[in-house]
Design a protein around this ligand. Structure first.
Ligand SMILES: C[S@@+](CC[C@H](N)C(=O)[O-])C[C@H]1O[C@@H](n2cnc3c(N)ncnc32)[C@H](O)[C@@H]1O
Length: 352
């Protein structure tokens, strides 16, 4: 969908990635998965949830899957990449010591439950571990091999090394291009499947949740969170209400109206339809504190995600009017900061 291009990892980080991370921490505390489990993060994007798993859940294995090569490249530069599981070294080692997997190591793929292109679900999902050097702005189609991993050397890798020393550092993750509806994993390949803020953007959430259940071993956990776009995600609510005041047709793009699965009942129905048991939902409330109006508004100019894509479509005078209306409407704390409720709806279930 043209309005939902996920093409700029840094822009996404400034826009929503930074607010997904605190939700991810609370979500993982709620899941309370013991250490040593095999994890899959679907729609991992720039790695907000993946990095939090690395930092807090002590996974035995961790794979992030997303169709956006640009986002996977950002994730790979921020997080420690997982070395190949076995076999002779086949990827160059850069200054960080982290390795990119060129995607041809059968031993490595087998150890992580990954299938090669055209196998597994039978849906033609492609296996393409991504590392520094993958192209930016590209989107992976299932079955296509994109963004061949390069050696982790040069300025991009050095930048990744610096960021890799931050809070997201951990034992390592593998990032793979793929689609939630046709996961390139064998049946029962992992113990935990999670997905943060992504299910709304998958054309068939039911197909995605069925895939989550398929690749999870019996007794495993399938869990996700989505923004409460219709109510508790105030950053978006202020935006779309102002946008609609100036342009009633913007209502058709409002995530609060068109994201049909953003309710506990709709999420529960999805989980139950996929055969998951012990299904539980809960809200996760955090506060997004914007330092000032520019901190709120500037990320909307980044062009990544539905609202920024709408802003990018506006003529300058209309964009300025929207900015000025938001400036008058947003609540301010005494220090000038803008604290806004950021509510996510979380769900978990168990495979039989
Ligand atoms: C709002 S971002 C969430 C990213 C990340 N999980 C986070 O919490 O910040 C939505 C993500 O869903 C991904 N996505 C869109 N369609 C998808 C699909 N069919 N299968 C898997 N992921 C998809 C996008 O590429 C994007 O990275």
């Amino acid at each position: 969908m043209a309005h939902e291009l996920w093409a700029k990892g840094d822009a996404y980080e400034a826009y929503v990635g930074r607010w997904s991370r605190p939700v991810a921490a609370r979500f993982l505390t709620w899941l309370a998965v013991p250490p040593g489990r095999r994890w899959l993060d679907v729609g991992c994007g720039t790695g907000a949830l993946t990095g939090t798993i690395l930092a807090t859940a002590t996974p035995a294995e961790l794979t992030g899957i997303d169709p956006s090569i640009a986002f996977l490249t950002t994730a790979g530069s921020r997080l420690t990449l997982l070395p190949a599981a076995s076999g002779p070294p086949s990827a160059a080692t850069g200054p960080t010591g982290a390795r990119t997997d060129p995607g041809t190591g059968a031993d490595s793929a087998a150890a992580s439950g990954l299938t090669s292109a055209g196998t597994g679900s039978g849906a033609g999902a492609g296996l393409c571990p991504v590392g520094a050097g993958a192209g930016s702005g590209a989107r992976a189609d299932s079955g296509s091999v994109v963004g061949a991993a390069g050696s982790r050397t040069g300025p991009e890798a050095a930048s990744g090394a610096a960021q890799g020393a931050g809070p997201d550092t951990g034992p390592g993750a593998r990032f793979v291009a793929g689609d939630a509806r046709a996961l390139p994993l064998r049946d029962a390949a992992v113990d935990v499947v999670v997905s943060g803020l992504a299910l709304n953007f998958v054309p068939s959430p039911a197909a995605a949740v069925a895939e989550f259940a398929r690749v999870t071993a019996p007794g495993g956990t399938v869990a996700a969170y989505v923004w409460d776009y219709a109510d508790g995600m105030a950053m978006m609510r202020y935006f779309w209400e102002a946008a609609t005041t100036l342009d009633p047709s913007a209502a058709a793009l409002d995530e609060g109206r068109r994201m049909s699965i953003c309710s506990p009942a709709a999420l529960s129905a999805l989980w139950s339809a996929a055969g998951l048991t012990a299904v539980t939902t809960r809200p996760i409330d955090t506060t997004a504190v914007f330092a000032d109006f520019d901190d709120y508004w500037t990320p909307f100019l980044g062009g990544t995600g539905p609202a920024p894509s709408y802003v990018a479509s506006l003529p300058t005078d209309h964009r300025d009017a929207l900015r000025d209306l938001l400036r008058t409407r947003l609540p301010r704390a005494a220090d000038g900061s803008i604290p806004l409720l950021a509510r996510a709806l979380a769900i978990r279930g168990t495979t039989i």
